[in-house]
Design a protein around this ligand. Structure first.
Ligand code: GDP
Ligand code: MN
Length: 389
């Protein structure tokens, strides 16, 4: 699960990371009020969406008067901000964060991720942070600092000092940098995060170290024991199809194509997506109905797939081991009837109780195309979709 920048900053501040003073705003008037509350004469208005690269997309504006803040807020609120991370649909700006502006002398990159090969938390840092970090990491990967944390001892002060010195910071800034690095690590570990990223972490003109931006993601499987984190969820930032399906206990990921997929097993589901592509189509989703899928669960899966208005054909691909083809077939028949399915449907069943399942489909009298192999099923669904499109 992702959270907003201001939420990440609030969490990190509790772990000793210095952040600028700021406040949330849901309207231009509130944004202007925040300026008075914060004081000073320069503020930054920042669109709160679950995406980075807002600066390049007009979602971060430094302002020198309240009327500029009002204008920026007016411009951003209610808009769909398209960054190179959001996809063409963009993300809706429903809230803003207004902060005191910082005087930036240097922008540093500081990231904490779980490295699955190392099976460790890895710190990545760069003295050249800011909006061009992706380009720098591609063109000069050798300038990135990498430091692996031993889980048995955690991040120790000497390790944080080593990172701070590698960044070329002046001796006087080392204690603040160490506090920041250790604070981020503790937040990562204690809150079951999967990612903490501060870009930029700035050195101010006065020589202070401040987190100007903050991003955190959390392990969904640990949310049950982090109620204070799960309440930060903002469903408006999620793919609505995924929210719908995941709230109903389905393992669903939204994609860009037109062919809806209902498959059992994550591996078979991935293979099905590949086969659809090879047959010349584009899948609309990944959906693993799981083992032992009852007719109700199949019906629920159809609802989730059809909840995507782009879907123009459906492929059901089941290799029944724990599953039973007759249950699946029963669910398919009920779905076609109850949901009054009008788009092409191809079903491939294989494995336990295959004959019973096939018979249910045949006897239904419904317009269901069946297929023996996955390749045949993919070809048939793509042809049926092209014929209808
Ligand atoms: P992102 O583009 O979504 O990563 O948003 P950031 O919060 O990182 O802001 C983008 C850029 O805006 C930063 O890299 C800074 O260069 C600039 N910026 C953000 N806050 C301030 C500020 O307080 N003062 C100044 N001068 N620039 C800022
Ligand atoms: Mn940033």
């Amino acid at each position: 699960m992702d959270i907003h920048e201001y939420q990440a900053k609030n969490l990190l501040a509790k772990f000793g990371v210095a952040v600028p003073r700021g406040g949330i705003a849901y309207s231009p008037e509130q944004a202007a009020y925040r300026c008075q509350e914060i004081g000073g004469d320069r503020w930054v208005v920042k669109a709160q969406i679950h995406s980075g690269a807002r600066g390049k997309a007009g979602g971060v504006r430094v302002c020198s008067s309240e009327s500029e803040v009002l204008d920026a807020a007016e411009f951003m609120l209610g808009r769909k901000l398209v960054t190179h991370q959001t996809g063409p649909g963009g993300k809706l700006v429903g809230r803003l964060y207004v902060e005191e502006a910082s005087d930036i002398a240097q922008e540093i990159y500081l990231g904490f991720v779980l490295d699955r090969t190392e099976e460790r938390v890895v710190v990545v840092a760069s003295a050249a942070g800011g909006m061009e970090i992706e380009q720098i990491s591609e063109e000069h990967p050798d300038t990135l600092i990498r430091s692996v944390v031993d889980p048995a001892v955690g991040m120790e002060p000497f390790q944080a000092r080593e990172i701070a010195f590698s960044l070329g910071l002046d001796a006087g800034m080392i204690p603040q940098a160490v506090k920041t690095i250790i604070g981020c690590y503790k937040a990562f570990r204690d809150l079951d995060a999967t990612m903490v990223e501060i870009n930029p972490l700035v050195v101010t003109g006065a020589g202070d170290i401040v987190a100007l931006d903050a991003k955190m993601s959390f392990d969904d499987n640990a949310l049950f024991r982090r109620p204070e984190i799960s309440e930060l969820r903002d469903k408006s930032q999620e793919d609505q199809r995924e929210t719908y399906a995941n709230d109903r206990g389905l393992n669903y990921i939204g994609l860009e194509g037109k062919i809806g997929c209902i498959v059992n097993g994550a591996g078979l589901a991935m293979a099905t997506l590949d086969m659809i592509k090879m047959a010349g189509g584009e899948p609309a989703n990944f959906l693993d109905v799981g083992g032992g899928a009852s007719p109700e669960r199949v019906l629920k899966s159809f609802r989730a797939v059809l909840n995507d208005p782009e879907v123009e054909a459906i492929l059901v691909n089941i290799f029944a081991g724990i599953n039973r083809c007759d249950w699946i077939a029963e669910g398919v028949v009920r779905a076609v009837q109850e949901l009054e399915l009008k788009i092409p449907l191809v079903v491939r069943l294989s494995g336990t109780n295959f004959e019973e399942g096939q018979k249910i489909l045949d006897d239904s009298g419904l317009n269901i195309v069946t297929a023996g192999s996955l390749a045949e099923a993919a070809d048939k669904v793509v042809s049926a979709w092209k014929a209808g499109a």
